[in-house]
Structures are given as C-alpha cells and as structure tokens.
Design a protein around this ligand. Sequence first.
Ligand code: GAR
Length: 220
Amino acid sequence: MGGKLLKLGVLISGRGSNLQSIIDHIEAGKIPAKIEVVISDKKDAYGLERAKKHRIEALFIDPKAYPSREEFEKAVGDELEKRGVELICLAGFMRILSPYFVNRFKNRIINIHPALLPSFPGLHGQKQAVDHAVKIAGCTVHFVDEGVDSGPIIIQAAVPVFDDDDEDTLATRILKCEHKIYPMAIKLIAEGRVSIKGRKVTIKGTKKKEWEVFNPPLEL
Ligand code: GAR
C-alpha cells in the first residue's frame, strides 16, 4: 500500500467482533492504518485472544488496581501515547470516559453505538429500540465527547425492525452493519477526509459507492 499508516489503539471489554472486523479490513489492505495495541478492562475479554492471533499487542489493564477512574484512565492513556497512537477506537468498551481522558485525546476518540443516535444512548441500545417499538433501528459511529454517546456523528446505518424481532435478532442485524461502518469510518479518518466543526462532521469527496456500503437498501 505504501504511505503513512494511521496508528490505532482499540479499547474493548468483551467479544471483540468489531475489533475483528477492523483487523480484517486492515489485513485486506482496505484501511491505511495499523493497530498498535488492543487494551481491555476485562481480563477474560475474547477480543484479547483475537488480537494475539493476529500478532497485535494485547493488554489487560485492571481498573481495580487504581484508586480512581482518572488514575486508571491515565494508565490507559500513557500506554496509548507510548505507542504513538493517533486514533483511539472504542469497540464494545463498556466504560464512560471521564472529561480528563476525553480532553487529553480531544477529537481523537471514536465509538460505535448500536442505535441511531441521538435515540437510545447508554446501555442496551437494541433493547431500547425493541421496547420503544421503533420501525427503523441502526448503528452510529461518532466522536466521543464528555457526554454519553453524544459526540459528533460520523456515519450511521439503518436496518428495519420486524414485528417478531427481539433484542437478540435485532442486535444481530445491527451488528452486521456495525462491522461495515466502523471500518469505513476509520478508513475515512485515515485518509484525512473527515473534519469537525462544532458538532457537524464533514466527509470530503464521498463517493456514492461508499455511501451504499453503510446505507444498505432495505431487503423487504
Ligand atoms: C457492539 O454491539 C457495540 O455497538 C456495543 O457493544 C457491542 C460490542 O460487541 N457497544 C455499546 O453498546 C457501547 N455503548 P463486540 O465486542 O463484538 O464488538
């Protein structure tokens, strides 16, 4: 591929299927980026195994080993900085980051959320969508600000909600889209095509073909 690779740090807490999708897209040469380190706040997170399988450094940092949230976040931030990480990708990292961490890496942290924000922030976005009985659900990649899932939106993808859906069937449908839009967002940032003004994110030179990837036609 040649050229400069954007250095990524991926933070996880569990399964790591979004991490896997990012790894696969990078290995296929589709994203000019390199994962420098994967960090988990849970020792048994399967995502750590996924990283190791691909010879990516995998660290468990135990929140309980630190006297406060900020101290834990400082340790995480130091590990990321030590490796020259330029973009931090939260991929199922189930912690709210403090203003300290968000400001230390201002506009350099992104997150994937399983809902069409600003609807259904916080935990269990898919269950919230089923309980509210919306007809369209989806997922969002956004920059992280000091609020909960409230930062500037980069990409969203929509999926239908069917009458017989439960949390699990909807989550599965949404997850397929997550695995497309998260690598896409990272690619756009790595290519230097993403800018933020206030809460508006602009993507330079988006081709129709790319939009179709993260706004798949509804299959009815
Ligand atoms: C994903 O569905 C992600 O959107 C969600 O956790 C799951 C992690 O799955 N994140 C949140 O709910 C954050 N509020 P993964 O570990 O297989 O990528």
